[in-house]
Structures are given as structure tokens and as C-alpha cells.
Write a protein that binds this ligand. Structure first.
Ligand code: COA
Length: 332
């Protein structure tokens, strides 16, 4: 059985910065409300002509540079997004075209906020069995073209931002106990409609109507309190599962990367588990919730900032729409 390591990380955020003050001009909200409830100050939005394809391409270029690899070294692409550029084919097909690596297999996955950890888990299994040696795992999201920027949508619109980030997952042939130690995946579809987008829907005849457009059923809807409460329950559970599986204690972990949904969630989980807040890395203030991109974006920035050193134990955890939740423990 082989082990997988992360040999390169990359990220890209679009240039356009949107502040809480911008939202104040569009809807009934305030910078103070947004900051107090979420910790978000700014987020980045794509401009016309820019989508997941371009963002994930730039992020991949950075990760390949970090790993000292070429496009053609990639054996497989796993791409997580809830906001694909097109309904089909998957965004990974377009990324593969842009990377000019025809015939390389690609796989799009959904899984929303846990998409990157699900993707990491898929990559890890393919590496462990020996099928692939070098896998690109991407999380990418364009939220800004599908948010309701009127007061009706204020509970959701202020939370999200656009970004792409990725990891190169590679086979590790060394003897040391390094790499992805374990991944842990969960889901509970009973809560599918607590955070979802209803239309366009293949169940509808036709999939999209003028009425749906006007009613705003194509915007994300969220039961914010339910999401918040469940997140506080599931983050500790999923972190404990990862620690237990590897027989390590909380104090052994050097860095916790939480899905960046809301700074208050991270603070509350740290408090309930007695995790020192300094052991977390957070960038939600700058980027908002970038869903599938959130964990690799935090991981990549934490790495750039020197917060992750060789042999460090890093714990990733996420919770979100589905509901889905997941964790991964990595010895760097
Ligand atoms: N600006 C100003 N007021 C707003 C607002 C905004 N952007 N959004 C909602 N409000 C209002 C509500 O209408 C409500 O008004 P009311 O009391 O007159 O009805 C009031 O603020 C309080 O709303 P509430 O929903 O109780 O706020 P909250 O403290 O629960 O915070 C969230 C709302 C969305 C920040 C919080 O529920 C949350 O973070 N949930 C989890 C979200 C999440 O993580 N989603 C992604 C999952 S990965």
C-alpha cells in the first residue's frame, strides 16, 4: 500500500474586491452586522469572462510550480464545485483542455463545503492502490453570479465569495510515516433542503421558468440557525474521529484548518474543544465562504505564511450543505 503526500498547493482569487460597505449600498445590511455575525470584511468576485475554468487553471499553475512538476505529470484531475461553469460536461473537462493534457481522466464531484476533503479522500484511495501517481485535487467556486443582492437575499449573499485552490497529491515512496494519514467522510441527506438551490431543476417541466426567476428559487436558500447548530456539533465529532483513528491527541496537532464558513463557528468549536485559537488559520475575513475552495485556499495561504513545516500534524475539517461533513489528518 502506498502513501500520498501533498507536494504542492496553489490558489487564485479574482481581482475584484467587494466590501461590506458595497453591500450596504445594495441592501438593508451593515458592515457591523456582517463582521459581528460572520467575521467577513471583504470577498472577491469574478469579472465577466472569468470563471471556474480560468481560476482553477491559475491555481493549478501555482501548485505545479510549488511541486516542481509539469502539466503532463498530472495523471488524474478531481475537481469539486457546487457552481460549475456549465451544467455539463464537468468543469474538470474544461480545465483539462486548458492544461493541454488530453486523455488524462477527470472527475467532477459536488459535496459543497466538504468537496475538497472528499476529493482528497478519492485521490488518496487511487494513490494507495497504485492506480495513479500524481493527482490534481481542485476546489473552485463562482458564487457571485448567483446571489440575490437585494434585502430578500441578505442572509446568504453577504457570506460567499469566489476563488479556486488546489493541491497536488502524489505517491510517497519514502519510509517515513508521512502524508495523508486518514480521511473521514459523512453525509445526512435528511438536511439536503436546509442549504440548497432549488432551480433550475431537471424535475421541473421546463427546468426554468420566468416565475422561478422572479421568485428567486435559483438563489441559494439556507436555514442559517440549523446550519450553525449542526456545524457546532459535527466539527468536534469529525475531528475526534480523525484523532482517534490515528491514536493522536488534540495537543499533538500543530494546525487546524476549518472550512471557512463563519469565524464564529471556528471560535465556538475551539472553545468547546479547548483548541487554542492560535492553532487555527483563518482567512474568511478576506475571502468570505468560498465553499469547495475554502480549505485548499486556507491551506495554501497557511503554507505560504510558514505556518506548516515538515512533519507537522495538520487537521482539516469541514461541514456544509448536504449536510456533509468530513476530516483529514495529514503528517506534512
Ligand atoms: N444584514 C443585516 N441583518 C440581517 C442580515 C444581513 N446580512 N441577514 C439576516 N439579518 C437579520 C435577520 O433578518 C434577522 O432579523 P429579525 O430578527 O428582524 O428577523 C436578524 O438579522 C437575525 O438573524 P439570524 O438569522 O437570527 O442571525 P444569526 O445570528 O443566526 O446569524 C448567520 C445569521 C447566517 C450569520 C448564521 O445563522 C450563520 O452563520 N449560519 C451558518 C451559515 C453557514 O455557515 N453557512 C454556510 C455553511 S457551509
Amino acid at each position: 500500500m502506498f502513501r500520498s503526500i501533498i507536494s504542492g498547493l496553489g490558489h487564485y482569487v479574482p481581482q475584484k474586491t467587494v466590501t461590506n460597505q458595497d453591500f450596504e449600498t445594495w441592501m438593508d445590511t451593515s458592515d457591523a452586522w456582517i463582521q459581528q455575525r460572520t467575521g467577513i470584511v471583504t470577498r472577491h468576485f469574478v469579472s465577466p469572462g472569468e470563471g471556474n475554468i480560468e481560476m482553477s487553471f491559475y491555481a493549478t499553475q501555482m501548485a505545479l510550480r510549488e511541486a516542481n512538476l509539469k502539466n503532463t505529470d498530472i495523471d488524474f484531475i478531481v475537481l469539486a464545485t457546487l457552481s460549475p461553469d456549465y451544467t455539463f460536461p464537468g468543469t474538470a473537462c474544461f480545465l483539462q483542455e486548458k492544461l493541454e493534457i488530453p486523455e488524462t481522466p477527470v472527475l467532477d464531484i459536488r459535496q459543497q463545503c466538504t468537496g475538497f476533503i472528499y476529493g482528497l479522500s478519492i485521490a488518496d484511495q487511487y494513490i494507495r492502490t497504485g492506480m495513479f501517481k500524481t493527482i490534481l485535487v481542485v476546489g473552485t467556486e463562482v458564487h457571485s453570479t448567483g446571489l440575490d443582492f437585494t434585502t430578500r437575499g441578505r442572509d446568504v449573499a453577504v457570506l460567499f465569495g469566489d476563488a479556486a485552490a488546489c493541491a497536488i497529491v502524489q505517491r510517497f515512496d519514502g519510509q517515513e510515516e508521512r502524508g495523508i494519514l486518514s480521511t473521514h467522510l459523512f453525509a445526512d441527506g435528511r438536511h439536503a433542503k436546509d442549504l440548497w438551490i432549488e432551480t433550475p431543476s431537471c424535475r421541473e417541466h421546463p427546468r426554468m421558468t420566468q416565475q422561478m426567476l422572479e421568485e428567486g428559487s435559483w438563489y441559494p436558500k439556507m436555514n442559517g440557525k440549523k446550519v450553525f447548530t449542526m456545524a457546532l456539533k459535527k466539527f468536534p465529532e469529525v475531528i475526534q474521529v480523525a484523532l482517534k483513528a490515528n491514536q493522536v491527541e488534540l495537543k499533538d496537532v500543530h494546525l487546524f484548518i476549518f472550512h471557512q464558513a463563519n469565524l464564529r463557528i471556528v471560535q465556538a468549536v475551539c472553545e468547546s474543544m479547548a483548541i487554542p485559537f492560535e492553532k487555527t488559520f483563518n482567512n474568511i475575513g478576506k475571502y468570505g465562504n468560498t465553499t469547495a475552495a475554502s480549505i485548499p485556499l486556507a491551506l495554501s495561504e497557511a503554507y505560504q505564511a510558514g505556518r506548516i513545516q515538515k512533519n507537522d500534524l495538520v487537521c482539516l475539517s469541514a461541514f456544509g450543505s448536504g449536510f456533509t461533513w468530513a476530516s483529514a489528518l495529514i503528517r506534512w
